[in-house]
Design a binder for this molecule. Structure first.
Ligand code: DNO
Length: 397
């Protein structure tokens, strides 16, 4: 049985631990979100959070904190690699604190400047629920007209520039402010700093000369430091794919395809070097065959985000669909993960979580505080669909 996980943002999350239990999840995925990026997590802070999750309500169905998502990788590591000594040492100290508490899976990403990126957080679906969306024209409007990145015009076709101009001309100041917040201010759970537009421009400047080969090298240097320690501690490091899986703002992204992951595993063969199989992120790229990737990288999968996205007509825009109804063949992915699990011992089973649920039913109330994509009800629907599919596959043998 795959372990059913649920991302929890900690004591301030409007979704409670009992909500998680009622959704049927057993494994909590969380981080010490209150610790500033680059600072080491202490053993006592990790222990305290673990106690809160596992022992705060005696008699309740047990929950286990099994995955840390994420220890943020500070910006200087992406720019300087192995030379960012202090940041790497702090990262290792956090990993040691986590391992000391018995947590064995760590999710991280290596996206420069912006973590996951959406233009719309409340896009209405035909059934009245709200989904997150990446609209390529709105994104280009931000890049060309709000950020006004000097190299941007040369990177879009003339038709794309015209569409972006049109979209921008129809935006009110309030629309512009929302777009800036969505893209630059770091969405919940992000591992990058919130930035103002001037800070954003400044950050991009600092990445001059960092192409994909250099960024790959930086990631290898980082892993060369952390993987041996992880191996010793019995920790699996799972690299989350780029979201969306392509370069943004002229910045390289290097965890977007099967070739990217193959290059990573070739560069650092350590068995601690793993993947967080995020079907929603990778699924945005047409050539990513997710069932094939799940099979090819099976032994390296420590953790999975089983959500689905649906590409729109332009091939670049997409929205978050229902978990079983996106572009990805979710049933085939589940079959591959279940086959891998059968080869593993009970303590090494893959943890998966539903992801980016819709805002729906009672969560639509104006008074309801919800984190974008992390509503209780939308994710409960996603998890229930996945669980049903898993049971059916297992039953069919
Ligand atoms: C968004 C998430 C990301 C993810 C990090 C992993 O919903 O998938 O914030 O946690 O990129 O490090």
């Amino acid at each position: 049985m795959m372990l059913q996980g649920w991302r929890w943002y900690g004591p301030n999350d409007p979704v409670s631990l009992d909500d998680i239990r009622q959704a049927g999840a057993t494994d909590v995925v969380t981080a010490l979100h209150q610790v500033p990026i680059g600072e080491a997590w202490t053993r006592s802070a990790v222990e305290e959070r673990k106690n809160l999750i596992e022992h705060s309500q005696p008699g309740r169905s047990p929950l286990t904190w099994s995955v840390v998502e994420s220890i943020p990788v500070p910006d200087d590591v992406k720019r300087m690699g192995g030379k960012a000594t202090r940041s790497i040492e702090a990262w290792i100290a956090s990993m040691e604190a986590i391992a000391a508490a018995g947590i064995k899976i760590i999710c991280y990403n290596f996206m420069p400047v912006v973590d996951w990126c959406r233009t719309d957080l409340e896009w209405e679906l035909p059934n009245g629920a709200k989904a997150m969306r990446f609209d390529q024209d709105r994104f280009a409007a931000f890049d060309l007209h709000i950020l006004q990145r000097p190299e941007a015009p040369a990177e879009y076709s003339e038709a794309a520039r015209l569409r972006a101009k049109q979209v921008y001309s129809e935006m009110t100041q309030a629309d512009i402010d929302v777009l800036i917040t969505n893209i630059a201010s770091a969405l919940p759970g992000s591992t990058t700093d919130p930035l103002t537009i001037p800070q954003f421009r400044d950050r991009l400047q600092q990445y001059r000369g960092i192409n994909s080969a250099v960024l790959r090298q930086r990631l290898s240097e980082f892993l060369a430091r952390i993987a041996p320690v992880a191996e010793q501690l019995g920790v699996m490091l799972t690299l989350h794919p780029d979201d969306p899986p392509r370069p943004l703002f002229g910045l390289p992204r290097i965890a977007s395809s099967a070739e990217d992951y193959q290059a990573l595993f070739d560069a650092v063969p350590s068995k601690a070097n793993g993947i967080c199989l995020c079907t929603g992120s990778l699924g945005v790229r047409t050539e990513n065959d997710l069932p094939a990737m799940a099979k090819r990288f099976a032994p390296r999968i420590g953790f999975a985000h089983l959500r689905a996205t649906k590409r729109e007509a332009d091939g670049l825009s997409f929205f978050e669909s229902d978990h079983l109804d996106g572009d990805v063949d979710m049933i085939a992915v589940l079959k591959a993960l279940l086959a891998e699990n059968r080869t593993r011992s009970p303590e090494n089973q893959i943890v998966f979580r539903p992801d980016h649920g819709h805002r729906m039913l009672d969560d639509l109330a104006d008074t309801k505080r919800t984190n974008p994509g992390y509503t209780a009800i939308g994710r409960l629907r996603g998890l229930a669909e996945l669980r049903g599919a898993i049971r059916a596959i297992e039953h069919a043998g």
